[in-house]
Design a protein around this ligand. Sequence first.
Ligand SMILES: [Zn+2]
Length: 305
Amino acid sequence: MNIFSIARYMLPMTRYPYSGGVVPCPVCGERSFAPVAGIDRRLKRLPTVMCNRCGLFYTNPMPTESELGTYYEKYYRFDYQLASTKPKQKHILKRQREALGRVQQLQGLLPDGARTLDFGAGSGEFITMMLEKGYDAHGFEPGETYATHAIEQLGARMRQIGWQEADFGPEFDLVTSFHVFEHLSTPLPALQRIARWLKPGGKVYLEVPDTAEWFARKGFGSLHFAHVLGFNQGNLTLAAAKVGLRPLKVVSPTGIIFEQGAVEDQDAHAASGLATSRQLTAIGPASRYLTHQLSKFGLSGGAKA
Ligand SMILES: [Zn+2]
């Protein structure tokens, strides 16, 4: 480990070590955007913008995929040093609770023994829970630490690969992805793959952090280099619509089970995403951050957005 290269991801008020490039909106393709914040929760310089069409928050200039890969390799290893050989027990218990809640949301929506795939399966708790319910559950995960742990538990049901290498046929009744898409600089090609892996009648269950909730509460304190995209309900629904998926069941604002089918009015979802983001950015990220920090010490009226 080179401490000097790690420090470049840590030192406040400095830029992250990436060059990247200015990109159009990764969901709707719009080229115009408005600045949202210039720093993140570590007080490092990180340019976050809002798409002027669908309201997606995204890092712009956007790191390239290889720059993001370097970050995960170095920074994540540092941040989770103690977990670098296997996931922590506390983490596994939390994931098991989340997995159970998600499995319950799927009740009644899948055929008996349905074949399922978890995209970015982490340490594999969702797959284990699905197997216990009698499903033919599979998954993949690029991160070595978690994938190794999951492969020990699940064998060939789990693979250590990235989505670009994943080469499934149209064989799944359900593809799930929990808290993965906020990390991807190119969400649409990833969603296109997912759509191709579905059998006729297949479903997709996507969940990402809700920017509308986190940014409202913490301002720039919610922003994080690893989260290159910040979705709300409107632009998450729009992203799915672009690959022929429409909402079947809204579990939470940004936790949605989709089915195959065209969305007639994509513009309406873009407009709703934009309206949500405009409301959020009407109060500055710094004042939201300060209000949140003060409320931790009981020093404000606890203003909530
Ligand atoms: Zn957009």
